[in-house]
Design a protein around this ligand. Structure first.
Ligand code: ACO
Length: 431
């Protein structure tokens, strides 16, 4: 960010106020309104923060019109093809691609933190058997601050570092155990000889009674899903993490807040909702009925997996995900998957429909991710936990960046109050 000589001028009654314009390295200029209230006694109104930059960041950049997503400058399609999840984690956390030595150090550090404190098992066991794994994750991640209080001093750089590594490393174990608990199977401990993705699959699908081999192509597909979800700049859950952290809350509490926000169907819950919608549609001949419902203003139904606050073009992650879906289903020998057929036809018909074209509604990352996860054997309830697991590195990178930013302060939005003005209390017998 640099101060440019450009400025915006606003006139309020007879008062003229100059506001500096900040120039980013990419993306639109930003009008700096920080002094506006002090100078003019007015707030700005922006529900949903559609025009508000809440922070400065060097981590991720999205060009929604071009359909471009960059992590530290590198495009997501190149990272999905040439890199892998732990390397992308390093890139997001530390700003540069690692050297071979740095990568080896990072991988062994993360691998050594995958086990959970043994007593945490009792936390899992306290939940109802049929709890949604996201509910379990919110609780267990929040509880990490009780188990790992030796890394909750946010003013200590080393504490911040260890908390970051712990969260990235333990999240697959937490997600897998939330799943195992929900199906009544024993918890499977992490295996440090497996890759990050293979270890997660092993913890989800193996049982102590027999050996289990992870197919490397399945592990690669899993790793790609993690990579595609690693970060996405200031979305709702990331902003939640930043807002929680702005008060000085500990990292585990902040990430638990992010998980809670991610759960909603308009955000991370969309992949579950999307697969459920595709199943409900069932066969391609019923698609027009659902498209008509999505267009009907009086019907709350929306096409899940379509539309995005920022992308007004194809979500670049959806393109990679679609290719991955074809590869995985091919590997598994599923050629006539009705859900995939329905998804492809729905995508085609929606893209041809003027309603979706005019509103620039394109498939987002969730449109195809559910199909892959379903083919890998995950129930829909695990889709959002897997998203949370992958997004943890994004949340923690943004959290770390915020704490190091000299301009950061407690988040405290203003409001446009439209309630009753001042009135005197009325005694109960006079109401
Ligand atoms: N189906 C039908 N119409 C839609 C859809 C959709 N999926 N998405 C948006 N629209 C319409 C809205 O009705 C609105 O129409 P209007 O202008 O006539 O009122 C217009 O498009 C703009 O929609 P907004 O809700 O204002 O757009 P916003 O940026 O606030 O919402 C969101 C983005 C929440 C993602 C929305 O597109 C949506 O609900 N999509 C379905 C859920 C989904 O797939 N979420 C995943 C997002 S990606 C992620 O979190 C990883």
């Amino acid at each position: 960010m640099s101060d440019s000589p450009k400025k915006a001028t606003i006139t309020l009654d007879d008062k003229t106020i100059d506001l500096p314009i900040l120039s980013p390295t990419a993306g639109p200029d930003v009008v700096d309104i920080r002094k506006l209230y002090g100078q003019a006694n007015v707030f700005t109104y922006d529900p949903g923060y559609t025009s508000t930059a809440s922070c400065q960041s060097t981590i991720t950049f999205i060009d929604g019109d071009k359909g471009e997503l960059l992590h530290r400058g590198y495009p997501i399609d190149q990272l999905a093809e040439k890199s892998h999840f732990l390397e992308v984690c390093y890139l997001l956390l530390y700003g540069e691609l690692p050297t071979a030595d740095q990568l080896e150090w990072f991988e062994s550090t993360i691998t050594r933190h995958t086990m959970l404190h043994e007593q945490m098992q009792y936390f899992f066991r306290g939940f109802r058997r049929d709890s949604h794994p996201m509910a379990t994750m919110v609780g267990v991640v929040g509880a990490m601050s009780a188990f790992y209080h030796d890394s909750t001093d946010i003013t200590d750089v080393r504490h911040r570092e260890i908390a970051s590594h712990r969260l990235i490393a333990k999240m697959p174990t937490i997600a897998a155990w939330a799943y195992k608990y929900s199906i009544g199977q024993p918890f499977v401990y992490p295996r440090n000889d497996l890759s990050f993705a293979a270890n997660f699959i092993h913890m989800c699908f193996s049982v102590p009674a027999e050996p289990y081999e992870v197919d490397p192509i399945i592990a690669r597909a899993m790793d790609r899903i993690f990579t595609l979800h690693a970060d996405h700049e200031q979305n709702a859950s990331t902003s939640t993490v930043r807002l929680a952290s702005s008060s000085g809350a500990n990292p585990f509490a902040c990430i638990a807040a992010g998980i809670a926000c991610l759960w909603g169907p308009a955000h991370g819950g969309a992949n579950q909702a999307c697969l459920e919608m595709l199943r409900e549609i069932g066969t391609p001949d019923r698609i027009p009925e659902f498209i008509a419902r999505a267009k009907d203003k009086n019907d709350p139904f929306r096409l899940m997996g379509f539309g995005h606050r920022v992308y007004k073009n194809f979500d670049p992650r959806a393109k990679v995900m679609k290719q991955s879906a074809d590869e995985v289903l091919d590997l598994l020998g599923v050629h006539d998957n009705p859900v995939l057929q329905t998804a492809k036809e729905l995508e085609k018909l929606a893209l041809e429909d003027p309603y979706f074209a005019e509103k620039k509604l394109y498939p987002n990352v969730d449109f195809y991710s559910g199909i892959i996860l379903d083919a890998l054997g995950f129930p829909t309830s695990m889709f959002t936990p897997i998203f949370a697991l992958a997004r943890t590195v994004g949340w923690i990178s943004q959290w770390k960046e915020q704490l190091a930013d000299p301009e950061h302060k407690i988040g405290r939005p203003r409001q446009l109050y439209i309630g009753e003005p001042f009135r005197d209390y009325v005694d109960i017998e006079k109401r």
